[in-house]
Ligand binder design. Structure first.
Ligand code: NAD
Length: 473
């Protein structure tokens, strides 16, 4: 079992102040394969101090030099590709053959993309007697969940460093290995000491301190809405900026004249990807009553095509969920759906055949789901699709927007023109039309309780900037 017994602070691997550690479990084997050191508040103080000391240097480093270093980081990521893929598979259970496409490839592209944006802080807008410029906000705490560990870290750290900020990052307890590899990569690529600091630890123990710390200027948090609220509360007394990327219960409207085979396949595969542990998964499929059973039949067929199994087997299209604890949570929701009277079309709470060990859950489809059911409103974060019925498109839009969340959404209509009309009415940070999907070139973030920040694209970098106006007399 590999020990992750050091924190990366001030450009050095240092032992934490406490001897506490926890095991990290491979969800496919249920075996511990790492032990992770747990930082305490003293370690957080050291990491913040290192980031604070490095800020004047890094923020004044010319954009061309920051760009050079970020490009060297991306090259080193290419060199460590197999390690990044192996770590992702062991930590989150995604089938290995899917890991590059859905977890590892685009973050490396993103590092190169943000390297190209380093010069943004040198842009000055001058009109009449007003000069407007932007500056890096300062020291940033970055806290991430476990579902896309590499992508979520890069979605924060690459724009932060491109902007000239320094950071203290904390991964989820289940997935520290990706962050350790990234720290090794930064070290090898020559990132100056203190610009990137890594603390490993338990969110409930050190999260509050990381967010309330007086020397931290901004917190970027991705995770559950419940933890996001605690983060904002901890940050509020010091009035620091808080960028929250939280949960979702995204709706997908399919219209009567859409290509049903393509649309239902798209929606069903979307929920099955990564075992449904994707914050923007389209877990509510809204289908016209006139073609309801057709949609249910297609979704059932697509689900039953899936091969659940060992992430190392090329035939597997769906691996285990990320942990046994999370499996229990998802199974509980499947049982709630049955108790609420939804029609179980396929899947269910039983273990998939032949998989007696591992956090496996059968991809599950519920039909006849109504808005008052918990499975229609609460985030399950598993491979569970609720198919709901509507009479008119206006009713479908109301159903889609009748949610405390607003992270993502999708529409499949007769054509792009018709889909766009509906997309404009969806209360969500993103809307995929006619089979569009995630790209780092589009800003990503939530309306309502799905959050208040934006990641990716240029908007993701702007979160890390302050605006300054200089007015002459
Ligand atoms: P979580 O909220 O339990 O944990 C996320 C992170 O927060 C972890 O690093 C954890 O240690 C830390 N944490 C926990 N309590 C904290 C506290 N009081 N203060 C500071 N940090 C604390 O979430 P999870 O179970 O790891 O992830 C799943 C959730 O993340 C889902 O709700 C999902 O929708 C959401 N998510 C959102 C996005 C997005 O971009 N909107 C992306 C991925 C996941």
């Amino acid at each position: 079992m590999r020990p992750l017994d050091k924190l990366y602070i001030g450009g050095k691997w240092v032992a934490p102040s406490s001897s506490k550690s926890i095991d990290v479990i491979n969800p496919a084997t249920e075996q511990a394969f790492l032990s992770m050191a747990c930082a305490n508040e003293t370690d957080v103080d050291a990491a913040v101090a290192a980031a604070r000391a490095a800020f004047p240097i890094w923020s004044q480093t010319p954009a061309a030099e920051r760009k050079r270093i970020l490009l060297a980081v991306a090259d080193e990521m290419d060199n460590r590709l197999e390690d990044l893929i192996d770590a992702t598979v062991s930590c989150v259970g995604i089938p290995r053959h899917q890991a590059f496409d859905f977890q590892v490839g685009s973050p490396i592209d993103a590092v190169r993309y943000y390297a190209g944006l380093c010069g943004i802080v040198d842009e000055v807008h001058e009109e009449n007697n007003v000069i407007i410029m932007r500056e890096p906000i300062g020291v940033c705490t970055l806290i991430n969940p476990w579902n896309y560990p590499f992508m979520q870290l890069i979605g924060k750290v690459a724009p932060a460093l491109a902007a000239g900020c320094t950071v203290v990052a904390k991964p989820a307890e289940q997935t520290p290995l990706l962050d350790v590899i990234v720290a090794e990569i930064f070290d090898k690529a020559g990132l100056p000491a203190g610009v990137f600091n890594l603390v490993l630890g338990i969110g409930a123990e050190i999260g509050n301190h990381m967010c309330s710390h007086p020397d931290v200027d901004m917190v970027s948090f991705t995770g559950s809405t419940g933890a996001g609220i605690k983060v904002a509360q901890a940050a509020a007394p010091s009035v620091k900026r808080v960028c929250q990327e939280l949960g979702g219960k995204s709706a997908f409207i399919i219209t009567e004249d859409a290509d049903f085979e393509a649309a239902v396949r798209f929606g069903t595969e979307n929920v099955i990807l990564m075992g449904g542990q994707t914050c923007d998964a389209l877990t509510r499929m809204l289908v016209p009553a006139s073609r309801y059973e057709e949609a249910v039949t297609i979704a059932k067929r697509v689900t039953q095509e899936q091969v659940i199994g060992d992430p190392l087997d090329d035939k597997s299209t769906i691996g285990p969920l990320a942990s046994m604890m999370h499996r229990e949570r998802v199974l509980n929701y499947i049982n709630i759906g049955i108790e609420e009277g939804a029609r179980l079309v396929t899947g269910g709470p039983d273990r998939p055949e032949g998989l007696d060990i591992g956090a496996y859950v059968k991809p599950t489809i519920f039909a006849d789901v109504t808005s008052d059911m918990r499975i229609a409103s609460e985030e399950i974060f598993g491979p569970v699709l609720s198919i709901m019925k509507y009479e008119t498109v206006d009713e479908a839009i109301n159903m889609a927007n009748d949610s405390e969340f607003g992270l993502s959404s999708a529409v499949w209509a007769k054509d792009k023109v018709e889909a766009l009309k509906i997309a404009k009415k969806m209360q969500a940070g993103q809307c995929f039309i006619q089979g569009g999907y995630f790209t780092i070139n589009a800003p990503f973030g939530g309306y309502k309780q799905s959050g208040n920040g934006r990641e990716w694209a240029e908007h993701g970098l702007e979160e890390y900037l302050e605006t300054k106006a200089i007015i002459s007399g």
